[in-house]
Design a protein around this ligand. Structure first.
Ligand code: NAD
Length: 396
């Protein structure tokens, strides 16, 4: 770290590019307390993806092997942004090499691997965190503040859904997202985010019931080229079975309050719809990822004629935004890519040992990543047992 922080990203796919761009922006957010950030390395088994991303985002070099990153002396910080089933080997290899690791959600594809990763992280000398990006969304953080300050007050009921449509066409190609154990489909992919946001706002989930997993498109054509993210590439006439869920739903009991959560990858027309409402003792709030620069807020004045939401436009004065935008002015907007930049900034500050009081909240720990996966496993267990109730172990 002598001459700043050297950064690498493993995986130059859909989210890997967001991480690569985020490290570029991170040092330009807020006043410049960070050491210089050096954009060093993009690692991707697909040499073309790696090379294109390195050039596009200004990284010095690229390679097809993550081991080259583990072995490089000029790299301090690594984002791991590859398929969930590959996280464990790469993360453990990087931690053994002394790198600071920001691993994408969900922590892994199996609970056993996630627990082993958390054990490794606990004994590692470096920082290991999970990228629950929505924690960095100003609207969501603001609603959390309103709950915690008592303005909205105790949560009574959370209703959330994360609908996507990347699997809604039967000709959408087979990819790693459609393979794995029950619960490793839409539930792990976007349900991990929704469950994290639900607990971020409402406190710990203590039990779930009514778990339901459904696969509505049973097989998918094999792609003729590389599938990046949710891309629809040309496909062959050969098909493989879909192994996991297109749709998942469950009910949750929180420390206080109840919730209903529903996720889908076959919700045609909803490419990226994380939408929730949180109903509290003193009112309610609503967030819609398609309009991330605003929330809807209802504060109960006791007058029946004043029922209903009003629009609150986010800007300086709301979490992360004040002093954190190049043009620091009201109504300039905010998007999901910005959340990756705030996340990168918080992670780099933690690695640099910048005093917590002066910095953003920390990223989620691997133990939180394990808890999130325990929730997902509980939904799969409930679904396998006719919707039975499953108790969630208390968070470490
Ligand atoms: N936080 C978010 O909002 C968000 C959004 C999308 C994806 N994700 C997460 O990011 C991860 C990656 O998802 P994605 O959509 O970017 O996937 P993707 O399929 O678009 O990209 C994965 C990339 O990894 C590369 N790769 C495969 N094996 C590799 C290896 N051994 N070493 C190096 N590179 C390898 C592939 O060539 C590909 O370019 C997943 O864990 C996913 O859950 C998070």
């Amino acid at each position: 770290m002598a001459d700043g922080l050297g950064v690498a990203v493993i995986g130059a796919g859909m989210a890997g590019r967001a991480h690569a761009a985020a490290y570029r922006t991170a040092s330009a957010l807020y006043s410049p307390v960070l050491p210089p950030v050096r954009l060093v390395f993009i690692g991707d088994v697909n040499a073309e993806f790696g090379s294109l991303a390195a050039r596009r985002f200004g990284y010095e070099r690229n390679d097809t092997s993550w081991q080259a990153i583990a072995a490089a002396d000029d790299i301090d910080v690594v984002s791991v942004v590859i398929a969930n089933s590959l996280h464990r080997e790469v993360v453990e290899g990087l931690l053994a090499a002394g790198k600071h690791v920001l691993c994408e959600k969900p922590l892994s594809d199996t609970l056993d691997d996630a627990r082993a990763m958390a054990d490794t992280a606990r004994s590692a000398a470096s920082v290991a965190k999970v990228g629950f990006t929505f924690r960095r969304t100003p609207g969501i953080a603001y609603i959390r503040d309103l709950v915690r300050s008592g303005e909205l007050g105790k949560v009574l009921h959370f209703s959330g859904r994360y609908w996507t449509d990347y699997g809604s066409s039967p000709s959408a190609p087979m990819s790693w997202r459609f393979k794995g154990n029950p619960g490793s489909g839409a539930l792990a992919d976007v349900g991990s985010h929704l469950a994290y946001v639900a607990e971020f706002l409402c406190g710990d989930i203590t039990s779930i019931n009514g778990g339901r997993l459904s696969t509505v498109i049973q097989e998918r054509p094999l792609p003729l080229g590389h599938v990046m993210g949710h891309d629809h590439v040309a496909v062959s006439d050969k098909f493989e079975a879909v192994e996991n869920d297109d749709y998942a739903a469950f009910s949750a009991e929180f420390d206080s309050g109840v919730g209903g959560l529903e996720v889908s990858r076959v919700a045609a027309g909803h490419a990226n719809s994380l939408i929730f409402e949180v109903f509290c003792e003193n009112g309610a709030a609503r967030f819609d990822q398609r309009r991330p620069s605003e929330i809807n807020l209802f504060l109960n004045t006791g007058q029946a004629t004043e029922n209903g939401y009003r629009q609150v436009i986010l800007g300086p004065g709301h979490p992360y935004l004040s002093g954190g935008l190049a043009m620091d002015a009201p109504s300039v907007g905010f998007g999901q890519n910005d959340a990756f930049a705030y996340q990168a900034r918080a992670f780099l500050e933690e690695v640099a040992g910048i005093d917590e009081a002066d910095s953003l909240p920390r990223c989620a720990t691997f133990d939180e990543g394990v808890h999130n996966m325990e929730l997902l496993a509980a939904v799969a267990e409930s679904a396998a047992n006719g919707g039975a109730s499953v108790v969630i172990p208390a968070q470490k």
